[in-house]
Design a binder for this molecule. Structure first.
Ligand code: PHE
Length: 518
């Protein structure tokens, strides 16, 4: 209930949880294949620009709103203005039904692979193992071909873990779990990165392919229209990745900040979360490019031939490289997949939390009941992605949700806060609580960020209309991509339609004395 809203035990606990949400499969699995696909080192430039222009400013905005309104995203937006409540719902609904349903399945794959690692069961033909034996992939996205039982089991395990962590209140659930899991995950990452750096061929590949840039791929000012349009895609992907990786546009950071005590340094927390997250991706990239370099050298093939994009990176390339390591293969495999599972779980719980908090804020139902309902529904929903067509569906859903759903959510968020609520009001609120944010934040939130996001949205749309994403047939893209987003919108509107108890919309309460942290 809002009046005895739970809170973080310490600011460090909040940071661990927020960084836990931000660092996930996206940092290791998604970031690396995005970087590779989009010009290697050159991708780091749009990525950094996206971090500075959109990532950090929106992180500050989300923390500021959640903290000021003391509510989940629907409650916060409803307090700002009733007509914006639907956006407050759209974000956690997309998080829950757009992302978590497939995200939990990918964590499930990692769980399966964690077990396979003990016996290196993937053998030498890791590609055949992943597609034919493990996924038993069907012919097309419309050919479901039944649920893959091992994947369904591991997905169930993921949901049970999320349920156990979210079941308890924020302090005893997510905060405690993050304080335990995050240090373990950082340690595992350091071990994996250092281990990789010492492999033959690793550092060479890092220098030549990761830190070396193909500038032509990011030149949006080129005179050549086709170069410009390709570069546009890279920039859009970088902005999409920043939203995804920082967990922005889902209502998660709004919710997490709503549990912060009154005296909290909002902007400092935003800088810390964003920078740690992106630094983590950058460092994890060394491990990914390094291991591919090692593999390429051992097989005597060029780097470009050894690396593969998409999910294959973690589930085809890594297993192959692990099998080729000179020693301690099993240990490396277990540590790597354990790292992925932990990274995934701490993000998964934040997706569940954003939706849970939205529902409990509005309906006042008991938290454990809501969490249980959400996890059961979530598991049932994610079964779609455990079918033999799962990989196709996941790929389409991910493309539409990240390129449209998130970017659109972020754009509207900036417009509403920037123009209706007034960025300057939020700015003075944030400045009165801690480190002042630069005056340019106001300009970024009102003009630059929404302008750029709108432009990238247009580019994605133009690109998708011009050529079907991933060469999927149009009807499948419409059903699974556009249809999926429309369902999210309908669900969001349905939730927004029911009325609030009037006392809920009153301004935030002042926290208890003992809630205050310095
Ligand atoms: N930020 C997480 C990652 O990079 C994923 C995530 C997305 C988590 C959305 C929560 C919400 O993997």
């Amino acid at each position: 209930m809002t009046h005895n809203r739970s809170s973080w035990k310490s600011n460090a606990g909040f940071l661990f949880a927020a960084v836990g949400s931000a660092i996930g499969l996206g940092n290791i699995w998604r970031f690396s294949y995005m970087a590779h696909q989009h010009g290697g080192g050159a991708f780091l430039v749009p990525y950094l620009v996206a971090l500075i222009i959109a990532g950090i400013p929106i992180m500050i905005l989300e923390y500021g709103i959640g903290h000021r309104e003391k509510g989940s995203s629907p409650l916060s937006f409803a307090r700002i203005g009733g007509r914006f409540e639907w956006l407050g719902w759209w974000m956690p609904v997309v998080a829950m039904f757009g992302i978590m349903l497939y995200y939990s399945v990918v964590i499930g794959w990692c769980v399966n692979y964690l077990f396979y690692a003990f016996k290196l069961s993937w053998g030498t033909d890791t590609q055949g193992f992943f597609f034919k034996q493990f996924l038993q992939i069907s012919e097309s996205a419309s050919d479901f071909g039944g649920v893959r039982v091992p994947i369904a089991f591991s997905t169930l395990l993921v949901w049970v873990l999320c349920w156990m962590i979210c079941f308890r209140d924020i302090r005893h659930g997510i905060e405690r779990a993050s304080m335990i899991f995050m240090p373990i995950m950082f340690l595992l990452t350091i071990i994996i990165v250092l281990w990789t750096l010492f492999l033959d061929g690793a550092s060479d590949a890092i220098l030549k392919h990761y830190l070396h840039a193909d500038w032509s791929k990011i030149n949006i000012f080129s005179m050549d229209a086709s170069v410009r349009s390709e570069a546009g895609k890279v920039w859009t992907a970088a902005f999409g990745q920043i939203f995804f990786t920082l967990s922005l546009g889902f209502g998660i950071m709004i919710t997490y900040a709503s549990y912060l005590p009154d005296k909290s340094n909002i902007s400092k927390n935003a800088y810390i979360t964003s920078i740690i997250n992106c630094l983590y991706s950058f460092i994890a990239g060394f491990a990914v490019f390094g291991i591919v370099g090692f593999m390429a050298q051992s097989q005597g093939v060029p780097f470009e031939e050894a690396i593969k994009g998409g999910p294959q990176l973690a589930f085809v390339i890594y297993p192959k490289a692990i099998a080729m390591l000179p020693s301690f293969n099993v240990l490396f495999g277990v540590l790597f997949f354990l790292m992925l599972v932990i990274a995934g779980i701490t993000s998964g719980v934040s997706l569940v939390e954003a939706f849970t908090c939205s529902v409990t804020d509005k309906f006042d139902w008991p938290r454990n009941l809501v969490v249980t309902l959400i996890c059961v529904t979530g598991f049932l929903g994610s079964l779609v992605f455990t079918t033999r067509a799962g990989l196709y569906l996941l790929d389409i859903a991910d493309h539409f949700i990240t390129n449209y759903g998130l970017v659109l959510g972020g754009l509207l968020e900036c417009m509403i806060i920037g123009w209706v609520f007034k960025a300057s009001k939020l700015q003075s609120y944030i400045n009165s609580r801690g480190t002042s944010i630069p005056a340019i934040w106001n300009v970024l939130i009102r003009y630059t960020t929404p302008g750029l996001l709108g432009y990238f949205l247009y580019l994605s749309l133009a690109g998708d209309l011009d050529k079907n994403y991933g060469d999927y047939p149009t009807d499948q893209l419409i059903i699974y991509g556009v249809g999926w987003m429309l369902i999210c919108l309908v669900v969001a509107l349905a939730f927004a339609f029911s009325t609030w108890k009037p006392e809920k919309l009153k301004r935030r309460h002042q926290p208890e004395e003992d809630d205050l942290l310095v």
